[in-house]
Design a protein around this ligand. Structure first.
Ligand code: GAL
Length: 818
């Protein structure tokens, strides 16, 4: 049995002053010797390119003006022709190739696109160093500066940088980036273009190497923690001064190293350390300064945390000495109506919803997370399983990562680890998901090779692989060599795997894959696999899964009864574009049904099933289905209640339907309260919950709604930052005259934004909708949708007006502040 102990913490570059100049935000202190320029506005983009678009003097005046992060495909239109794949999805057990229409989202991401931008860097003078840093570019970027090719990369999710010190000029520079997305290269919507930040870092010759600073906390006690800082820098006779600041900015430790060349290691002592955890996401800041003589040559400001992680046989995972189970969700990188273009407000909203769920961990399936997501996970308190690949050398899709594996896998992991290892949120790495290399001797060699690269770059965290070929990996030794054996689904094999593998614990690296459509219920209510309906929706009674997957309750049993199961990462927290299982072959399904929360960010019923277990602070008492069943009068319409209470009584129009109590009869009986024989009659459904002593402690009711009458607008935030990027997510619901939500309404709504903001997008969470997100009109789905209102760069009031035929209009005032 292995005992794995990891202690550590981490970082995020952070600079104190933000200047906006000609389409660039400069994040550097005017006194700082280093300047980081983010290339945001003023980009030109085209997919229709004639001539040498890389040339400095190329005429791009007819190209579209865009800002970066940008996803060229999200503006649609949806069309089944995009990346239509005639394939058998082998990992789903398919044997014959069939036409898959919405597999990658049915949006126009395929093809070549060009981005061009001119810029000047006043702080760049001869003799300085400059790096061009991409945090992701979808995909196969070819990079040109002033007409000359300066670099390239392959994987669209990878972070990479190019040394452009010799190619930058003091005056105007022209950057051109070509991106190409091939058909058959993804299993979900990848997005397209420069969808994450592009930065230029200008620094002195004597400066830190890129992503070289590595902060760990090898010893932690209540009175003191040691902070170990390793870094490399170029220059001779240079020395390092480090200060550690607590969350209030107060200096708590400092150290000056002797003058050396290049490599540094320091140990600082933080007295009475405050530990990082999801409940207490306390962050320290390390300010590392590089001096030559008295001259400050370079400076980095890195956030980190102090926390201890341990993975032990039988006991499982502990954080700061406390056994902790991962109550995690898998997330793809797209942000629904924003596509893949990263946006911090959208990520913050996702995490706010997940906090309320009681979720404590995220898996970035199946690729490198954005820096913004890691920064927020550090600040808001989420543990993170950072994944790298969905494929190694053996293909899942014809043009997938296997084309790059030999040349890039090590480089991609090195950049992933070095760029992110200072984040306290990351508690585990994943080198792969359901890779076909689980078969064969070379697969074993690759698993070891990749794990060794992770260990070399970061000895403080373990490595997992999400395995679906569990029997195979038990026999071959593949599962035994991993630090953390991760099982994707296959609840029936947990026990065998636990016995067969030497680690002494099992992670549910991917669980459930239950499908549901928000607000849609199907009758009769029965558990089913691969169930399809004519309307291409799935039932929110949460009893439908895939042939390889299961309903949530089956995972809960393992999580609760087996102390050696260290937690789960549910597929998925939010719906995502592409992979519309069980309708992979049915147009117009174009986004997933797997989320606990829909593509618009509105929770489905399933959210409350998980919340009733995971959120141990707040009460959950949620009734389903809705109670508007005209035409079902007198018919059996089961009622489920998701609650943290053990028992409850249900009333239909005041008549008791009896008390239900959780029991171990079946997994569903253990986690849900279910009244299977209720006959529908319009009116009021009321539930009264009891505590352990049978005392009524909480109640909830829902009503049959009348005709749609007016609109209710509910923003997640009313005050935005006037930075041109902030977004308020406004949930729009239609209600009857008395204010009861109309759960089946599908009215077409129109949106108008005026004042200091703009209309950005709308989304209704309907996986079959072909209405494109950025047009200011959309139909309600199950009575709701979400409108995204974006701030401009001026302070002021913003008005959102929502109208729909025959409905009283909805008005909302928001504010943007500098
Ligand atoms: C898993 C896979 C995920 C997703 C999921 C759907 O096997 O790892 O990426 O495809 O199935 O159930």
């Amino acid at each position: 049995m292995k005992l794995v102990t990891f202690k550590l913490q981490f970082c995020v570059l952070f600079f104190s002053l933000m200047l906006v100049l000609s389409g660039c935000s400069t994040t550097s202190d005017s006194a700082s010797p280093r300047q980081t320029v983010t290339l945001t506005d003023g980009w030109k983009f085209s997919k229709e390119v004639k001539g040498d678009a890389f040339a400095a003097n190329f005429n791009d005046s007819s190209w579209e003006k865009v800002s970066v992060p940008h996803d060229w495909a999200i503006y649609g239109p949806f069309d089944k022709k995009w990346d239509m794949q005639k394939v058998a999805i082998v990992q789903n057990g398919e044997k014959e190739a069939t036409e898959k229409t919405g597999r990658t989202g049915a949006l126009p991401h395929i093809g070549t696109g060009w981005y061009r931008k001119t810029f000047t860097l006043p702080k760049f003078t001869e003799g300085k160093k400059a790096l061009l840093v991409f945090e992701g570019a979808m995909s196969e970027p070819q990079v040109y500066l002033n007409g000359k090719k300066v670099g390239q990369w392959a994987y669209g999710y990878a972070y990479f940088y190019i040394d452009i010190s010799k190619d930058l000029v003091a005056g105007e520079n022209t950057l051109a980036v070509q991106l190409t997305n091939r058909e058959y290269s993804s299993r979900w919507y990848p997005g397209a273009g420069l969808y994450r930040k592009v930065n230029i870092v200008v620094k002195n010759q004597e400066s830190f190497e890129q992503w070289a600073t590595y902060i760990t906390t090898p010893t932690i006690a209540s009175n003191a923690a040691t902070v170990n800082i390793k870094t490399t820098a170029s220059g001779s006779g240079i020395y390092l001064v480090t200060k550690i600041l607590d969350a209030t900015g107060r200096e708590v430790a400092s150290h000056k190293s002797d003058a050396v060349d290049q490599g540094f290691e320091q140990n600082l002592v933080v007295p009475e350390p405050k530990l990082w955890s999801p409940e207490t996401p306390y962050l320290y800041t390390a300010v590392t300064q590089l001096y030559a003589g008295d001259v400050l040559k370079d400076e980095e400001t890195i956030k980190f945390g102090i926390r201890e992680i341990k993975y032990e046989p039988q006991k499982g995972f502990s954080l700061n000495g406390k056994i902790t189970k991962f109550k995690g969700v898998c997330l793809h990188h797209d942000l629904g109506p924003l596509g893949a273009a990263v946006n911090k407000a959208a990520l913050r909203r996702q995490l706010t919803i997940l906090k309320d769920l009681g979720c404590n961990a995220i898996r970035s399936s199946h690729n490198m997370p954005s820096m913004e997501q890691l920064e927020l996970a550090d600040e808001m308190g989420f543990m993170f399983l950072a994944e790298s690949f969905d494929e190694w050398a053996k293909p899942k899709v014809e043009n997938g990562y296997h084309r790059f594996f030999e040349d890039y896998a090590e480089k991609d992991i090195v950049n992933l680890v070095r760029a992110t290892r200072n984040h306290p949120c990351i508690v585990m790495w994943s080198s792969g998901n359901e890779v076909p290399d689980q078969y064969g001797a070379e697969g074993l060699t690759r698993a070891k090779f990749l794990q060794d690269v992770f260990h070399r770059e970061d000895p403080t965290r373990p490595v997992t692989v999400g395995m679906d070929q569990v029997k195979q990996t038990m026999e071959s030794g593949f599962g035994a060599l991993l630090d953390v054996p991760g099982l994707n689904y296959r609840v029936h094999l947990y026990e065998d795997a636990y016995k067969a593998f030497p680690q002494g614990f099992i992670l549910g690296s991917e669980t459930a894959s239950t499908v549901s459509s928000r607000g849609i219920y199907k009758f009769p209510v029965v558990q089913a696999k691969e169930k399809q309906y004519n309307d291409l929706q799935t039932s929110s009674y949460d009893l439908e899964a895939c042939s390889w997957s299961n309903v949530p309750d089956e995972d809960f049993v393992l999580q609760d009864d087996k102390p050696w199961v260290i937690g789960e990462f549910v597929w998925t927290g939010f719906d995502y574009l592409g992979e519309p299982t069980p309708y992979d072959e049915k147009w117009p399904s174009r986004s997933s049904y797997f989320g606990m929360v829909d593509l618009a960010g509105i929770p489905k019923d399933r959210f409350y099933l998980y919340r009733s277990r995971w959120n141990t602070k707040d009460e959950t008492l949620h009734i389903l289905p809705h109670w508007n069943w005209e035409g079902r009068e007198g018919q059996t319409t089961p009622v489920f209640v998701y609650t943290n209470y053990d028992s409850a009584e249900l009333f239909v129009n005041g008549k008791s339907m009896g008390i239900q109590k959780k029991s171990k009869a079946t997994p569903q009986n253990r986690y849900r309260l279910m009244w299977m024989d209720v006959k529908y009659e319009p009116g009021t459904l009321k539930v009264v919950a009891f505590d352990k002593n049978g005392k009524p402690v909480a109640e909830e009711e829902i009503h049959t709604a009348g005709k749609p009458h007016h609109l209710v607008l509910d923003p997640d935030r009313k005050t935005l930052t006037a930075d041109g990027e902030d977004i308020s997510f406004v949930t729009v619901s239609v209600v009857d005259e008395k204010g009861n939500p109309c759960p089946t309404a599908t009215n077409q709504l129109n949106f108008k934004v005026s004042g200091a903001g703009t209309y950005r997008a709308a989304c209704n969470g309907d996986a079959t909708s072909l209405e494109i997100f950025h047009k200011p009109t959309m139909k309600l789905f199950s009575g709701k949708l979400v409108v995204l209102v974006q701030s401009g760069i001026e302070s002021g009031d913003i008005q959102l007006e929502v109208t729909g035929n025959g409905l009283e209009k909805g008005m909302l005032n928001l504010t943007a502040k500098q």
